[in-house]
Design a protein around this ligand. Sequence first.
Ligand code: HEM
Ligand code: CU
Length: 570
Amino acid sequence: MSHDHAHHEEGFIKKYFWSTDHKMIGFQYMFTGMAMAVLGGFFAYAFRMQLGFPGKAVPGFGVVSPNEYNALVTNHGTIMIFWVAMPVLIAAFGNFLIPLMIGCDDMVFPRLNRLSYQIFLISALVLLASFIVPGGGFGGAWTAYPPLSAKHQYNLTPAGSSLWLIAVALEFVAFLMGGINFVTTVMNSRAPGMKWSDIPVVIWMIALASIIFMASVGPLVAGAVMLLFDQQLGTAFFDPSKGGDPILWQHLFWFFGHPEVYVVLLPAVGIVIDVIAVFSRKKVFAYKTVLYTAFATGILSFFVWAHHQFIAGIDPRMANVFTVTTVLISVPIAEMMFVIIATLYGGSIRLTTPMLWALAFVAEFLIGGVTGIFLGASGSDIYFHDTYFVLAHFHYTFVPIAIIGTFAGITFWFPKMFGKMLDERLGKLHFWVTIIAFNFIFIPLFITGSAGDHRRIFDYRLFPELMRPEMQNLRTLATVATVAMFAGQLIFLYNFAKSIRSGKKAGKNPWNSATLEWTAESPPPHGNFPVLPTVYRGPYEYAYPGREQDFWPQNEPPEGEETPAEEAAE
Ligand code: HEM
Ligand SMILES: [Cu+2]
């Protein structure tokens, strides 16, 4: 294969927009995801300002109307899940890391890979278009429940709601293609000698996430087509006035929607586990158990969806069943957290920036997990459903996943991606500002939620009993913290740009890590490795007794054997 990779000058378009190189496609996903994060973040800023300072003109946006509020909330959620978390955690890291960490020169389907990104880009453009059509962007929440989402008389966004749906469906197509590619590559292109049990956890997690996505999204794609027909062709799949069933959509949505949480969670956990192994210089505790629990989580995630519908009119006896499965799924997740703690135990811990992010993931995700138990139990969920308690709960899962886990990965692999080191001082400053501000956003919202604040309310002045000063002060606090958190991201952007231009040179393996990507140049050239590596051991051989170096790279032959590279040189 490597003859395709002979060096030749490529044009700008060919290099940056028409590349089939997995690393470039990874960057395309990463930078598109970062741009969408700015937009999704801006939306959160705008509606949080409205909630903190109701009725006042929001700097940079203006006065937020009720319809605009709905569109902002809906598209904030949609963007953060489908155009930030998925592209960055699965597609960017998956593309960049899979070939490098399993020791091959590219994906098995490079053109399918390119097509996947192109469809993803089109999906983002369709979503952006939905904001500027007459009637504006869709405001029926990221869950798009009918009949609101199905009838224009109700949602008042005749074009926006359909464009939103088409954008989401296209995004699914992109990730189906990407997933096929990832799974096939991991199955078929591993370096000689790399057994299933030599694959780094992060790669396992990305492959598993791709499989869970592919297995859960089918019914929702069908549902999306039905919803589009309801919107545009006058069918009534989900319209109860004509015999349709709106609850059917909820089943289709959450049969996908809950596994989707694990689709973004697993890659983040994989990143965190890999980072923690490197910076505690320890073998991952119970590597195989991690995999078994990840499989268990994946399978169980298909049997919990109706915990989102406890008060939607499902049979109350079914609520018991889904309460049990929901409590069950917390067992494997808790197990992964224990594994992380056990890996840390007795390690020689180095608190680098990526390590701080990885540790923060565990601490913050724990809050998300523990509060989820109140919502998974159908009895208490009757009270908490659709309050800001729910909102705070799922942001304590999604922010660790999409923000904290992503920063753990970006700060860890940045030297490999760009050949330079990030500034550690700025990195730590960014970390602390982000983490402190994040908790000041969502702890207050747990409190307002428990006190009865319902979600998707545009102006609490309409509900005087909720507008008491002690409640409004908490909302304002959350808003101020939101502004602080977003301002803190400027530190990261500055550090990122500055380090790419003038950071310290990274060398091949600045963290003394044992996995294969660190044996390639930083940044790796087209084709990745001068000679494809051979693997002799697992990915986490740190502090191996009786060796001089405290790590043993996966591709280093046992004493006395020649490396294939040395053989080739002779
Ligand atoms: C870090 C800054 C963030 C802030 C301040 C924030 C704030 C909010 C607020 C206040 C709402 C609900 C408003 C309402 O119900 O009226 C919301 C909704 C939502 N957010 Fe965030 N969020 C942030 C980041 C994220 C991230 C990183 C994700 C996911 C990866 C995310 C996913 C969602 C989703 C799915 C919804 C539900 C949207 C809907 O109801 O349709 N958010 N966010
Ligand atoms: Cu769920």
